[in-house]
Design a protein around this ligand. Structure first.
Ligand code: AFP
Length: 333
């Protein structure tokens, strides 16, 4: 890489000078999340050597069997943000209720996180991720579930994800563009490698669990049929890519274009993915990069959570591809 590397810390420190004003304490909180992800990157890489593969024996609140790495990731993220004193409460895929951390002083934020997204990939050395969405407190005092936690994604002030793949990549937005950083393992720092990411308006890839194809609504089945027809003038057929870790499938769509969807099926009346700590943070990132995210009928960022582990159908990625999906859903008889 030519020139002086811009590290995440420098990028956050200099944000105000570049007109990307960050609310007080946000830079420190993002740094703490980056710190946790460095620890996690190492834990994930060394899991087979340290005996951390496999199941923990527990089941999380959404019914998934917890992997040992799910538990480690949850503890790592919680410890890192607790130490900042900036977070009043954390909503996590791995916690039944919200975890209250502090209710006074500097604790002005709520963190929603999936500490280890795609953990079914851990045992096969596949990509996994961490997702985070940050909200400002609605008011001071003890955390109130309805007021502070059951929010619309549009109220987030920052969101992002870390992907633990061949390289560890951290992508975030604070409402003024999307920035991607790659972990320089030797220096132990995140370096800006993807400045102001723009999601292509259309792609050639689609990601979905086609095992559920026959259970999907007719409009979605027709959409898949459309994507798989040959029409070189519109770039069809689209190629199927499915990692099974939302972060990894989303990252491809963000960089190269295309879309990911997880609609309702027989086992998941509202889709599988969780609004507060999967869909809303990624929707914020993708919209900031010029992409689109919806339930198929409503913009994800406008959905107000009714419970902290609520699920919603999701379609996310290139704006024109997501729009086309929505059109097929509207055309249903
Ligand atoms: P976990 O975080 O529990 O592994 O779930 C992964 C996930 O929420 C998302 O990352 C994947 O895209 C999706 O589930 C995969 O679900 P299927 O296995 O049903 O395709």
């Amino acid at each position: 890489m030519k020139g002086a590397a811009i590290t995440l810390d420098r990028h956050l420190r200099e944000a105000d000078g570049q007109g990307r004003d960050l609310p007080e304490g946000l830079a420190a909180l993002l740094s703490a999340l980056a710190g946790a992800s460095k620890i996690l990157a190492r834990q994930v890489r060394r899991a087979a050597l340290s005996g951390s593969l496999g199941y923990s024996g527990g089941v999380n609140v959404t019914g998934d069997s917890q992997k040992k790495l799910d538990v480690i990731a949850n503890e790592t993220v919680l410890e890192a943000v607790a130490s900042t004193g900036l977070v009043a409460a954390v909503v996590s895929e791995e916690l039944k209720g919200a975890k209250a951390l502090a209710d006074q002083g500097e604790a002005r934020y709520i963190l929603c996180t999936d500490p280890l997204d795609g953990s079914s990939n851990t045992d096969i050395n596949g990509a996994v991720g961490t997702i985070f969405g940050i909200y400002p407190r609605a008011a001071d005092g003890p955390v109130d579930e309805v007021r502070d936690l059951l929010r619309r994604g549009s109220e987030q002030i920052a969101a992002g994800y870390v992907m633990y793949g061949p390289a560890t990549v951290l992508v975030y937005t604070a409402g003024d563009g999307v920035f991607g950083f790659t972990l320089d393992e030797d220096a132990g720092t995140f370096v800006l490698t993807h400045d102001r990411i723009r999601c292509p308006s259309r792609g050639h890839y689609y990601s979905a669990n086609l095992g559920h194809l026959k259970e999907w609504r007719p409009g979605i089945r027709k959409f898949v049929e459309h994507l798989t027809e040959r029409d070189p003038s519109t770039g069809r057929p689209y190629s199927l890519r499915y990692v099974g870790a939302l972060v990894a499938d989303l990252h491809r769509g963000l960089i190269e274009g295309g879309l990911y969807f997880y609609p309702a099926d027989e086992g998941h009346a509202n889709g599988k993915l969780r609004l507060l700590y999967e869909c809303a943070p990624l929707a914020f990132v993708v919209e900031q990069a010029g992409g689109r995210a919806s339930t198929g009928a409503q913009r994800i960022l406008e959905v107000r959570a009714e419970s902290i582990h609520q699920r919603v159908p999701l379609v996310i990625g290139s704006a024109l591809d997501v729009e086309l999906y929505e059109t097929f859903m509207r055309r249903e008889p």
